[in-house]
Design a protein around this ligand. Structure first.
Ligand code: ADP
Length: 397
């Protein structure tokens, strides 16, 4: 019996896929169908180090899935020959219903559909991927792996918003948290790097990609995380504001004549470092700040200060912290962001080694000074492998 899983991450305008071995992480093929619904789509299929790029019109998710199966048929590996045991689907919002991954049946599809209200930007696209994949591969078990599940261990004091309890209950308003597969994978890898079991380890994971979130992980379980009802709360991100005074919404509605959709667009798509500086990519932002661009410098400062505040808050939440762990595009690659985020935290026992931080290295590594009480780690995330592992575990039960 193999342990190979086809992992599908179906977004609103893209479909990412990977055939990966859940046991050893070996990647047999990976691909991306981009610009679904736009005039011209692009399919990139990579197998054995070779990249195949195809231009194709991809009007919808059915066409995207057809393009994926065609890419496998034309360039390999042949999906019916690799011994797939499951298809793992990334699903953003699992609500209170799903604290763990589940095998998808019609009931699961119904519940995930009911959760669309909570994740209007994400769950519909995830569901579209599930629908076409179930039709295309009816004989394989399909497993939903939720971004929210890892945070289902948060205590009520962390997930409860202090608003009218009845309103909150009726409309399922609470903090759910996201990036769960990444936080789960990275916190476990961090424990391994520290030579401990996850149960013995307390870490603060900083997942810094386009979206960004911080999680306090105690003994392998999430006890608090920075994203909330939606992925808008918490850290400053590429285009999202993170934490703001909610009264900004009322203020803009009353004084700027903006409606709810305008404000939603403002806070989700035109804020964060992009809104502050006109630059979304952290490489551009750091380069501009270094060359004296005042807006870029300020955006970087706001971004890193927010990170520092969360590290402080989660140190208080955890009591004992074994490591602060950086991951995802910015966290894995940006030495300046890591250095600025942890500036002045020696009072918390966190001391970054400047040389180790700046060294170009892509592996999981420790970049704290030898004497630092709290370790500082960089751990590359691997959400596809985590989804594959969780899917394999569910179907092997
Ligand atoms: P996503 O949230 O889309 O999965 P990633 O985790 O891939 O994002 O992170 C993407 C971001 O990582 C980019 O927007 C860019 O700002 C940042 N990034 C990637 N490489 C580097 C680098 N070498 N230095 C600084 N930032 C980087």
């Amino acid at each position: 019996m193999t342990t190979r899983v086809l992992v599908i991450n179906s977004g609103s305008s893209s479909l990412k896929y990977q055939v990966v071995d859940a046991a050893d992480g070996d990647v047999l093929a990976t691909g991306l169908v981009e610009r679904i619904g736009a005039a011209g789509g692009v399919i990139t299929h990579e197998v054995q180090g070779e990249k195949h790029v195809l231009d194709r019109v991809v009007p919808d998710h059915d066409a995207a899935m057809a393009a994926m199966t065609e890419a496998f048929a034309d360039h390999g590996p042949q999906l019916h020959e690799v011994g797939l045991i499951a298809i793992g689907h990334r699903v953003v919002q699992g609500g209170e219903e799903y604290g763990r991954p589940v095998v998808i049946d019609d009931d699961v599809v119904r519940v995930v559909t009911e959760l669309v209200d909570l994740a209007p930007l994400h769950n519909p696209a995830n569901l579209a991927g599930i629908r076409v994949a179930r039709a295309e591969f009816p004989d394989l078990p399909h497993v939903a792996v939720f971004d929210t599940s890892f945070h289902s261990t948060m205590p009520a004091r962390a997930y409860t918003y202090a608003i009218d309890a009845e309103v909150a209950r009726e409309h399922r308003v609470r903090r759910y948290g996201f990036h769960g597969t990444s936080h789960a994978y990275v916190s476990r890898e961090a424990a391994r790097l520290l030579g401990r079991t996850p149960e013995q380890t307390n870490v603060i994971v900083l997942h810094l990609g386009n979206g960004a979130s911080a999680t306090a992980v105690r003994g392998g379980a999430s006890i608090d995380t920075s994203m909330g009802l939606t992925p808008l709360e918490g850290l400053v991100m590429g285009t999202r504001s993170g934490d703001v005074d909610p009264a900004i919404v009322f203020h803009l509605a009353r004084t700027a004549g903006m409606d709810i959709d305008d404000i939603d667009d403002l806070l989700n798509k035109r804020s964060g470092v992009l809104g502050l500086s006109g630059r979304q990519d952290m490489r551009d932002l750091v380069a501009a700040a270094e060359s004296g661009d005042a807006a870029a410098e300020q955006a970087l400062d706001v971004y890193c200060y927010r990170l520092r505040k969360y590290v402080g808050a989660y140190t208080a939440a955890l009591g004992r912290v074994d490591a602060v762990v950086f991951t995802a595009g910015v966290g894995e690659n940006s030495a300046p962001v890591r250095a600025r985020a942890l500036e002045g935290l020696s009072v918390l026992g966190i001391e970054l080694d400047a040389g180790a931080n700046a060294a170009p290295d892509r592996s999981a590594r420790d970049i704290a000074t030898p004497g630092s009480r709290v370790r500082v780690l960089v751990v590359p995330t691997n959400e596809e492998l985590e989804i594959a592992r969780q899917a394999a575990e569910v179907v092997s039960r």
